[in-house]
Design a binder for this molecule. Structure first.
Ligand SMILES: [Zn+2]
Ligand SMILES: [Zn+2]
Length: 125
């Protein structure tokens, strides 16, 4: 895992054990989505062993989600001005993106590539 990837208050939260386990699995990186609100999560590629595998952990509540469920999960209310017509969680590949925290960083390209590979792993097209 990359240093600094855990939220600073992780030690106080019940998800600590789970997060520690995730840390030990090796590569993981933060992703986010902005549909129907906003949510940031930790994507653990090693857990993505089948299309519905729970491999993304919400950084807010520490619950685990499959990619498709993750884009439906949010702790913030959607922007009322935003039109969500046509939103389809099956198209999660269009919504899940690399966390902006990596923007302009030396890791950005590598992680972006990693994320694209994840999206292609069980892609039917
Ligand atoms: Zn969303
Ligand atoms: Zn959550």
């Amino acid at each position: 895992v990359h240093p600094g990837i855990l939220p600073p208050d992780a030690n106080k939260l019940p998800g600590k054990t789970c997060l520690a386990q995730l840390q030990n699995t090796g590569c993981s990186f933060e992703v986010e989505h902005w549909c129907l609100g906003k949510c940031q999560g930790l994507f653990v590629p090693q857990l993505y062993s089948h299309p519905d595998a729970t491999c993304i952990q919400c950084l807010d509540c520490h619950m685990m989600f499959s990619p498709q469920k993750f884009v439906l999960h949010s702790h913030r209310s959607p922007d009322k001005r935003t039109c969500h017509w046509g939103f389809d969680s099956a198209k999660w590949r269009c919504y899940v993106q690399l966390s902006r925290k990596y923007a302009e960083s030396s890791e950005e390209k590598v992680l972006q590539q990693c994320l694209e590979e994840m999206k292609e792993r069980f892609s039917l097209n």
